[in-house]
Design a protein around this ligand. Structure first.
Ligand code: ZN
Length: 219
């Protein structure tokens, strides 16, 4: 699939960086869009800008901070300790930002349309989705239809990681020849530490488990 232009919803983390390089392989011109939504670590944006520059893709940011004022979650509210799993009696861990992917993809689609871009990439995965409903394949397919109807266009939302767990995502990075870049330059850690991170937050644990599993499989 060699197509024209594509927009990657890009956070500078492991998943979206792998998607960025997947995009470079499959599309002629790549745009990376990073959202500022009140996340605790503005450092994320710097990390994203650096990765995009090194990858030689267009980079832009969009401030949608209103998303964090709509609901309470531990990614944007420092007074809340982070859940590691779905709490008893609850539906989602408190790292869930309600509506995040809905807003991300909707803003991305309008941004893309203005530039004649109709391919969108997001690094969501149903396999490792931690119970987030907006990471599910059914949601992305439904949203694709909604965006088409909303704007009278034909968008294609690509989700290269949808059926990959973290180990498979490391495998894809390796396949694309960017395992070291993804390992050393990206920021996935909830405590804002790049590369291998703090090692103790839920994101670091998931990431490390995946890497160890992939490296064990490789040897
Ligand atoms: Zn961490």
């Amino acid at each position: 699939m060699i197509s024209d232009k594509v927009l990657v919803v890009f956070s500078g983390g492991q998943d979206s960086t792998t998607c960025l390089y997947w995009a470079k392989k499959h599309f002629r011109e790549v745009f990376a869009l990073t959202f500022i939504y009140g996340q605790k670590h503005v450092r994320e944006v710097e990390v994203a800008a650096n990765i995009a520059q090194a990858a030689g893709v267009h980079f832009d940011t969009m401030d949608i901070s209103f998303v964090s004022h709509l609901g309470r979650n531990s990614l944007t509210d420092t007074s809340l300790p982070m859940d590691e799993a779905i709490p008893e009696g609850g539906m989602f861990p408190n790292t869930f930002v309600p509506g995040r992917n809905l807003f991300f993809m909707s803003v991305a689609a309008v941004y893309a349309r203005e530039r004649g871009i109709f391919h969108l990439i997001t690094g969501v995965s149903q396999t490792d989705y931690s119970g987030y409903p907006d990471c599910r394949d059914s949601f992305m397919k439904s949203l694709n239809v909604t965006l088409d109807l909303a704007m009278g266009e034909q968008f294609s939302i690509h989700t290269p990681l949808m059926w990959r767990d973290k180990a498979d995502t490391w495998a894809l990075a390796d396949e694309l020849g960017v395992l070291d870049i993804v390992r050393n330059e990206t920021l996935t850690c909830y405590n804002g530490i790049p590369g291998d991170g703090c090692g103790t937050c839920p994101a670091c644990k998931l990431r490390r488990r995946g890497l160890e599993e992939y490296l064990a499989r490789k040897h």
